[in-house]
Design a protein around this ligand. Structure first.
Ligand code: ASP
Ligand code: MG
Length: 422
């Protein structure tokens, strides 16, 4: 008998029919003798619908007071789906109880709309499990010190599930979703993309932060910190497939590099269109310019990702960096109104039509020439690289957005990630 956490995404919970299927699947696991904790998302589209209503009433920038109410509002989506799942389980003859975040409680800080989990009390859940019940823990939400409901940021029920699994020392956390695992890249862009049987936690972390939307990045961080065995798998297989087969499907996130079954140097290609590039031109090249530019940007709560500074000519240099696209307009205003005049720079220019493409693989640690293979591949496609950044297991480039799909396909092929053709 094992203690298992299942998490079901919005699509898997998308209708009463699908909720019934989830209930049947969970009941199958429980009847096989496992203690089951289930963390559901809101029914698909529900969080967007709720937040859309709020936007109609308050289109302006959010305040702390509004954010508190947004959490009151958005958390109801998960509360409804959790209760529905408990009802569906009971209708299947399976004893079940659901708890909102504050009832568990899942304690968080007070950063409304993006709260962080601080602790989870597992007493109630354990007592119910011991009494033979399936316990539903409402995803995406928690409670702060003052008793206010908080939410964990979009996609946050992944993090709820992993955190519950960590707190309860679950044997495994299975993330059921509308794809059947983690792929070498998005199959909608590259039809030849392959599902990975295993991926290392570090690669998953890079892929999540580089744009792969399969898991919320915080959930991967949690899994890494507490070594939670994590598997991503499909909720669209028939609910009554053999349990052993189901338990081995999808993609397992591993912690032991040596256990890697797939010895690829590059495991995946990630991409995103969420960033914009900003350049400050003709900056007098003297100590402190990076601090003056990026310090002011950070003070405005704008996160910076990639950074490059050119060599100077005639005492002037150019300085470029990327920010989230949502912050681009604000960052440009700040530069034009304050930073450029203060530095005596020439001008600031912005470009939102960029994308970031990354190759990710722990094999890059022990192999040289991987980045140059990437650059050669892009040059053969005539794609100009605007910025580069690297880590031990990743190389990212910024290119013109219109070449994104071409770049991803070419790299997928160049690194032998395409499905083997027979
Ligand atoms: N329902 C929330 C969202 O749509 C949380 C989640 O689904 O993980 O972002
Ligand atoms: Mg999700």
């Amino acid at each position: 008998m094992a203690l298992i956490v299942h998490k079901y995404g919005g699509t898997s919970m998308g209708s009463t029919e699908r909720i019934r299927n989830v209930a049947k699947r969970v009941a199958k696991w429980a009847r096989a003798g496992h203690q089951m904790v289930v963390v559901p998302s809101a029914m698909s589209g529900e969080t967007n619908r709720l937040l859309g209503l709020a936007k109609e009433l308050a289109p302006a920038k959010s305040t702390d007071a509004t954010n508190r109410e947004l959490d009151m509002l958005a958390s109801t989506g998960e509360q409804a789906s959790s209760a529905l799942l408990a009802i569906a389980l009971q209708a299947e003859g399976m004893a079940s109880v659901s708890y909102a975040g504050w009832q568990v409680p899942i304690r968080t800080n007070s950063a409304y709309t993006k709260a962080r989990i601080e602790s989870i009390d597992d007493q109630k859940v354990r007592a119910d499990l011991a009494a033979g019940k399936v316990v539903i823990v409402t995803g995406f939400q928690g409670v702060d010190e003052l008793g206010h409901i908080t939410t964990l940021g979009r996609g946050g029920s992944d993090t709820s599930a992993v955190a519950v699994a960590a707190a309860m020392k679950a044997d495994e956390c299975l993330i059921y979703t509308d794809v059947d695992g983690v792929y070498t890249t998005d199959p909608r862009v590259v039809p030849e993309a392959r599902r990975l049987n295993t991926v290392s936690f570090e690669e998953m972390l890079e892929m999540a932060s580089m744009g792969s939307k399969v898991l919320q990045i915080r959930s991967v961080e949690f899994a890494g910190k507490y070594k939670v065995p994590l598997r991503v798998l499909s909720s669209f297989t028939p609910w009554d497939i053999d349990l052993t087969e189901e338990a081995q499907s999808g993609t397992l996130i591993t912690f032991e590099e040596d256990e890697q079954m797939e010895q690829a140097i590059v495991s995946g290609i990630a991409f995103n269109r969420d960033e914009a590039k900003i350049s400050v031109l003709g900056v007098p090249d003297k100590p402190g310019i990076a601090y003056q530019i990026l310090g002011a940007v950070a003070d405005a709560n704008i996160e910076v990702d990639m950074i490059i500074q050119n060599i100077s000519r005639d005492g002037k240099t150019d300085f470029s960096f990327t920010v989230n696209r949502n912050d681009h307009a604000r960052a440009m205003d700040l530069l034009k109104d304050k930073i450029v005049p203060a530095l005596g720079a020439q001008e600031a220019t912005g470009d939102t039509k960029i994308c970031k493409v990354s190759i990710v693989g722990i094999g890059m640690r022990s192999h040289v020439g991987i980045a140059s293979k990437m650059f050669r591949c892009l040059s053969e496609e005539g794609i100009n690289i605007q910025m580069i950044s690297t880590s031990e297991i990743k190389t990212s480039v910024v290119i013109d957005e219109k070449y994104m799909e071409l770049a991803v396909r070419a790299l997928h092929k160049a690194f032998d990630l395409d499905i083997a053709k027979v």
